[in-house]
Ligand binder design. Structure first.
Ligand SMILES: Cc1cc2nc3c(=O)[nH]c(=O)nc-3n(C[C@H](O)[C@H](O)[C@H](O)COP(=O)(O)OP(=O)(O)OC[C@H]3O[C@@H](n4cnc5c(N)ncnc54)[C@H](O)[C@@H]3O)c2cc1C
Length: 169
């Protein structure tokens, strides 16, 4: 309800104050509000803000990123940013995709094992899409039907990802 009120405030502001919006009409909004963060696994490694800021290059890295750590203050006082210097990046370890309490599950996307602060950077689409590159995983699964994610040969996964053009840092 608050978001809808804000949407109308924004709409009226644009219409009244920004040239070009005089004849605009609000015709559509999403049925549900988008949620930035929900459930996450607790995995073999919990990725932290400190890891990101230190641009840690994990030995079992399967993705890289350098989008800024932008934290939206829930109290509404604004957004804080930590920007990475151009040409620097952090990496994401394979262990953060492995839930501690499940043996047959590999998790990809914003629900990987990471703190609230780390997720503020890793959640963006170009980064979450990288570790989901399906061919790499599929090729591995095909060769070993009974394969369990925890037993993966990470060096081989890194090799396949790199071969497919992924930058894993
Ligand atoms: C309002 C908002 C604005 C954003 N803006 C940007 C932006 O500008 N740029 C950017 O890079 N990122 C943006 N993000 C972040 C980014 O969109 C998400 O972090 C990213 O999409 C997460 O990807 P995901 O694959 O982990 O999850 P999702 O994209 O949420 O995908 C999960 C999928 O699983 C499906 N699903 C759920 N349960 C089941 C089930 N039981 N069975 C089958 N399917 C199921 C869902 O329908 C969904 O399609 C934004 C996020 C929000 C909420």
């Amino acid at each position: 309800m608050i978001a809808r009120e804000q949407m109308f405030e924004m709409y009226h502001f644009l219409k009244e104050h920004v040239p070009g919006f005089e004849n605009s009409q609000l015709i559509y909004s999403a049925g549900e509000i988008g949620v930035r963060e929900s459930r996450k696994i607790v995995g073999e490694y919990v990725l932290t803000q400190e890891d990101l800021v230190a641009c840690t290059k994990f030995p079992d890295r399967i993705a890289a990123g350098n989008y800024d750590i932008d934290i939206h203050n829930p109290a509404g006082s604004g957004t804080s940013h930590y920007y990475f210097a151009p040409g620097t990046w952090y990496t994401i370890p394979y262990r953060s995709l492995l839930p501690l309490e499940a043996d047959n599950l590999l998790v990809a996307g914003r629900c990987i094992s990471a703190t609230h602060e780390a997720q503020a950077s890793i959640r963006i689409l170009p980064i979450v899409a990288r570790w989901a590159r399906p061919q790499a995983w599929r090729r591995r699964w095909r060769t070993m039907p009974a394969w369990r994610p925890r037993e993966a040969d990470v060096a081989e996964i890194q090799r396949i990802l790199t071969e497919q053009g992924a930058f894993i840092g």
